[in-house]
Ligand binder design. Sequence first.
Ligand SMILES: *Cc1c(COP(=O)(O)O)cnc(C)c1O
Length: 376
Amino acid sequence: MAATAVDLSRETHLAGGRLIVDLAALAANWRDLDKRSGDATTAAVVKGNGYGTGLEAASRALAAAGCHTFFVALPDEGLGVRATVPTATIYVLDGLLAGATEQYAAADLRPVLSSVPEIEEWSAYRRAGGSTQAALHVDTGMNRLGLSVADVAGLAEERALESLGLMLVMSHLACADLQDHAHNHQQLARFHEVRGMVPDVPASIANSAGVFLGADYHLDLVRPGIALFGGEAVQGIANPMHNVVTLEARVLQVRDASHAETVGYGATESLDRASQLAIAAVGYADGYPRHASSSNDVTGGRAWINGHSAPIVGRISMDLIALDVTDIPGTKRGDWVELFGHNIPVDEVAELAGTIGYELLTRLGHRHHRIYLEAR
Ligand SMILES: *Cc1c(COP(=O)(O)O)cnc(C)c1O
């Protein structure tokens, strides 16, 4: 893995936060997952603006690493991938939006069909001579999208699935992040029943966490998302992926505050010693979660400065956070501090805020300056 060197100290721009996306690490993560999943095709899920990294940049880097098959949530996102990777196979997880058949066909977007009305609409398109292909989504225990096993059995019996141009039959695991959860085996067993009803169509059940459940779950194609972007896919094991996204904030000033003074809105944290505070220019308007605030009662998030951990002090504001740098001499105006990245896992911040890395990454907002470290 090698990223082209960008001299970050020479980056001049007017933003308070910068989001550094390591496309070389993204490519390395795809190759790692490809290796872990044996002979299965390794696709990439790039919904949610490429998990916040930028749909086009992520798709381009993944394609260069060898990925041919992409999953998005919405057809609009599919158009973004199509424009970036003209030869890609693109599946739309949210299925066929009502009345949009011609637009899918025009961009060769494959809907992941997941209800009887969608199938009827797609079937009419195919009967009229349409050649765009599709996937079938079967619910095996999540009750989100997907046909029931009984529906698939009925449609198979009516031979209604044969003319849809199905290139993939898939299901989605509800509990793959919990490796011992009984749901995993149950869903896999139910999915195997369905595979018999659509013979000769390649099958897929694994998201990122599913890849880590082992070879039984890899089938013909795996669909990782979060692990590509460096997030934690599986609970309770060390995250083996390379860090892809780093969020940094610019220090606006370093100020002295006295013992017993309070910091920030609500005066929720009072200082137990004379302190130096670095005020940095990222806040909740940038997607940094306000729930990572600190108070006298609750330990909040932290930043990473010059090899040291700097606790957040007081509430996170819309545009600003205060960091205790009393023990980190040399912190100065203009410095960049890490809010998550190599030293502070994104999942640590997410947990403090009562959420998951997925949500943090996809809510990062548009105010950051984005820097892409290109794969070589
Ligand atoms: C989002 C999604 C994925 C990718 O999941 P990760 O946990 O991010 O790997 C795979 N399949 C479906 C159906 C999804 O909605």
